[in-house]
Design a protein around this ligand. Structure first.
Ligand SMILES: NC(=O)c1ccc[n+]([C@@H]2O[C@H](COP(=O)([O-])OP(=O)(O)OC[C@H]3O[C@@H](n4cnc5c(N)ncnc54)[C@H](O)[C@@H]3O)[C@@H](O)[C@H]2O)c1
Length: 299
């Protein structure tokens, strides 16, 4: 996500510094940006000159101090509250007090992340969508203390990167879009695990019946079953709403490592796409497993 956000920001004309603690991730990010820009040029969505200029505006660093002097810092590290809070704690000591601190979290309440920052009124959610260069939406999220100025800066930032913004006015877990996709994927997984409908037919129903470009289960495979399961767990922990308790099928898929495209298997088989990299389910499943909930139909 960080590389995608860097790409669209630099294409919009701004200088960007992409920071990651893992040097290999920075190399992969630059390669991904180069190849994405090449595709944009091939499809005549941008010129070779603009693509070269965008790439030249992106610097990389493994040192967070490189954020000093930024007008806005956008955090897109792992979806773990302590990791995000540590970044905000360190950033607060590095950037100016008026620098807007944005987070790309998909489901963690903005206010909880902002609690680690000085001047929490400058913290705002900028939830971009994957793949960032293709997806037009940025969901802006107000934390409890987010100022109108911080929200306006975040909007200008996202619009300069070619995005259309929607505003979530209250800091609810999962905001608007993650709540919607989790509710849809959970219900779809329950229908499949109950033998009501096959994964293929469920996705076909959503594509042809609702006009969705992709069915929810294919979307879950693309996003990562582990990512969706973790997000719905976060929402469940915050709301105690049983519809967000992850269905057994999703939990078993995570436990077995069948976490979607990146593992070669999810609701669909991607053997030919597999990179051979098998992501350990244990390392992805650190969320506290909540107490069993009633099934939604028993409410
Ligand atoms: N992948 C998606 O589809 C998607 C969509 C919307 C939002 N998000 C959110 O965006 C964020 C990032 O997601 P991702 O899929 O790009 O994750 P990722 O695991 O691919 O990338 C996270 C990167 O953060 C780096 N990192 C970890 N700790 C760091 C630190 N302290 N300082 C600097 N770098 C650090 C890691 O090395 C890694 O390269 C998460 O909050 C996720 O929920 C993801």
């Amino acid at each position: 996500m960080g590389s995608g956000i860097a790409q669209v920001t630099s294409l919009g004309g701004s200088d960007v510094t992409l920071i990651d603690t893992d040097e290999g991730a920075l190399d992969r990010a630059l390669a991904a940006i180069r190849s994405s820009l090449d595709r944009f040029v091939a499809k005549e969505k941008t010129t070779p000159e603009a693509a070269d200029a965008a790439l030249a505006r992106i610097a990389v660093s493994t040192d967070l101090k490189a954020a000093a002097g930024a007008d806005i810092a956008v955090e897109a590290v792992f979806e773990r509250l302590p990791v995000k809070q540590e970044v905000f704690r360190q950033l607060s000591a590095i950037v100016a007090p008026e620098t807007v601190l944005a987070t790309n979290t998909s489901a963690i309440p903005i206010t909880e992340i902002a609690a680690a920052a000085t001047h929490p009124e400058r913290v705002v959610g900028t939830h971009f969508f994957s793949p960032v260069p293709m997806m037009k939406l940025c969901e802006l999220v107000r934390g409890l203390h987010t100022s109108d100025e911080a929200l306006a800066t975040a909007r200008s930032f996202a619009e300069a990167a070619g995005k259309t913004c929607v505003v979530v006015n209250r800091d609810v877990a999962g905001f608007a879009t993650t709540r919607l996709i989790c509710a849809l994927v959970n219900e779809a997984a329950r229908l499949v695990e109950d033998g009501v409908i096959s994964a293929e037919d469920l996705d076909t129903a959503c594509r042809l019946g609702f006009g969705h470009p992709m069915g929810p289960l294919a979307t879950a495979d693309l996003t990562g079953i582990d990512v969706i399961t973790h997000a719905t767990e976060n929402i469940y922990e915050d709301t105690a709403d049983p519809q967000f308790f992850p269905p057994a099928l999703l939990r078993r898929m995570v436990a077995s490592g069948a976490i979607g495209r990146k593992s070669g298997k999810g609701f669909y088989d991607y053997a030919e796409l597999s990179t051979g990299l098998w992501i350990s389910a244990g390392s992805m499943w650190r969320g506290r497993v909540p107490a069993p909930a009633r099934r939604r139909w028993s409410r």
